[in-house]
Design a protein around this ligand. Structure first.
Ligand SMILES: [Fe+2]
Ligand SMILES: [Fe+2]
Length: 214
């Protein structure tokens, strides 16, 4: 079997295609059924419905960022095994993106208008993390996923109590993100320095705070 080598222009075009697909296309079909389909749909009062839509918009943007982070990291990762792992994780994140997108539609809402900005920023951060070295890049995944699990817990607290469908999605995402963290740690992820962890929290706060409204 021959190995295919991509020129920088090939890589650029592939990444652009992925970006446009993530932002404006229908996400590729999820590889697993949507957890929301396995629980009853609740009739939510309009204020609760609005709250659920806002929270799911934040989660959808988070998944757009996840796509971009993984694509950026995969672009610059040095070890073949790391690159492969990043690309596989990005495919799993695609399920999350598709599920959140479907819920936004069902709630008559829309994705964040800031997603192109989030994608570009996350792609750059991912590429930088990959460039710094695989141990750090994997450590970045560990920290990101830990923060995402924390964030998902806070959304599970805030979602309307009867919103079983969104709850089912977030519970499954939480399980997946925790597994991504464990796998990245097992693959040799380093613990990031405190200032970097705090900076990541700050950036995530800006993203979640703005996508809630816009
Ligand atoms: Fe995810
Ligand atoms: Fe993840």
């Amino acid at each position: 079997m021959t190995t295919r080598y991509y020129t920088p222009v090939d890589a650029l075009l592939i990444n652009l295609d992925q970006a446009v697909g993530t932002l404006f296309g229908r996400p590729a079909a999820a590889s697993r059924p949507n957890p929301a389909d396995s629980v009853p749909a609740a009739e939510l009062p309009s204020d609760e419905r609005r709250l659920a839509a806002r929270l799911m918009r934040v989660n959808h943007s988070g998944e757009v960022c996840a796509q971009a982070l993984y694509q950026g990291q995969a672009l610059t990762a040095r070890l073949e095994a790391v690159r492969d792992r990043m690309e596989r994780a990005a495919v799993e994140e695609n399920d999350h993106l598709a599920w959140c997108g479907a819920r936004l539609q069902a709630l008559d809402s829309h994705p964040s208008v800031l997603n192109p900005l989030f994608y570009a920023g996350s792609f750059a951060i991912g590429a930088l993390a990959g460039k710094v070295g695989d141990r750090w890049s994997l450590g970045f995944v560990v920290e990101t996923e830990h923060q995402v699990v924390e964030h998902l817990n806070s959304h599970l607290d805030r979602l309307p109590a009867d919103d079983w469908q969104d709850r089912a999605i977030l519970e499954q995402m939480k399980e997946d993100e925790a597994r991504h963290a464990t796998q990245a740690l097992a693959a040799g992820g380093a613990r990031l320095p405190l200032p970097v962890r705090l900076l990541m929290k700050g950036v995530a706060k800006v993203m979640t705070g703005t996508s809630y409204w816009l």
